[in-house]
Design a protein around this ligand. Structure first.
Ligand code: PEP
Length: 256
């Protein structure tokens, strides 16, 4: 049975007290509106992982924990970085790899994205690999080849257990802008990604959409054939994130 996946990327927001509060609120909402056909994941800042993980464990919550980034090396002289084994010790199950903000602001290259994805999978965690074109690439009509190349570069040399890799299509022009991609744009790029995936050794990868997803557009966007969402801004409020999870549940409950 296929399942939706909804991931909340909290970015550099919420200290550990605020993060605990949001986690508790989310627990209440998901208890009142269960979503048994949706895998729900939250990606707090590193410093919140332990506190959020403790709340989830105490509540026996089905919500899983993701990190927003990891260094591909297991340990060493890399000031400010965090490794996959460190995350695994905190019961982190997922890692977001190559988010466009890491690529643009911290010079994360395709090679480092690929090395990170390999380290995540080798460490027994699941990788959410982000791809997506910026506005200039789309205006030049090169978005299909750009995203295809990003997928192939990120998954170079990777073979992973079924389902341990997820690809998130996140057009940069849609992130944090309030201007989501249209359903047909999402459908086209989900198709491009599926075709690219078919040429790799990665099987069973779910494809997500991310970019200004909110409670009002989530149900429509699922019509673009994606398996769920990577959500930024709307994941910072329990009510809106819960509504996006509910949209996934409505879509998948009848068997997609
Ligand atoms: C993101 O940064 O992954 C994202 C999708 O952000 P937003 O939902 O705020 O556009």
């Amino acid at each position: 049975m296929s399942r939706a996946l909804v991931v909340g990327n909290w970015k550099m927001n919420l200290d550990h007290v605020e993060a605990v509060h949001l986690t508790q609120q989310l627990g209440v909402i998901l208890a009142s509106r269960p979503a048994p056909h949706v895998d729900v994941v939250v990606a707090p800042p590193f410093v919140d992982l332990r506190s959020v993980g403790s709340v989830l464990e105490a509540d026996r919550s089905a919500i899983e924990l993701a990190a927003q980034h990891a260094n591909p090396l297991p340990s060493g002289a890399h000031t400010g970085e965090v490794s996959v084994p460190m995350l695994a010790r905190l019961r982190v199950r997922w890692v977001i790899v190559g988010h466009s903000e890491r690529r643009a602001l911290y010079a994360m290259s395709d090679d480092v994205v690929a090395a990170t994805a390999r380290a995540v999978v080798a460490g027994g965690l699941r990788a959410i690999v982000c791809v997506g074109e910026d506005e200039a690439v789309r205006e030049a009509g090169r978005h299909r080849e750009h995203v295809r190349a990003q997928v192939l570069a990120a998954l170079e040399g990777l073979s992973a257990p079924e389902g341990d890799v997820v690809v998130a299509y996140e057009p940069v022009w849609a992130i944090g802008t309030g201007r989501s991609a249209g359903v047909e744009e999402v459908r086209e790029m989900a198709h491009v990604i599926a075709e690219a995936l078919a040429t790799t050794r990665v099987t069973g990868a779910r494809v997500l959409y991310g970019g200004s997803v909110n409670a009002d557009n989530a149900a429509d966007l699922l019509g673009g054939g994606v398996d769920g969402f990577l959500v930024g801004g709307a994941s910072l409020r329990a009510e809106s994130f819960g509504a996006i999870v509910s949209a996934g549940e409505s879509c998948y409950a009848g068997g997609r």
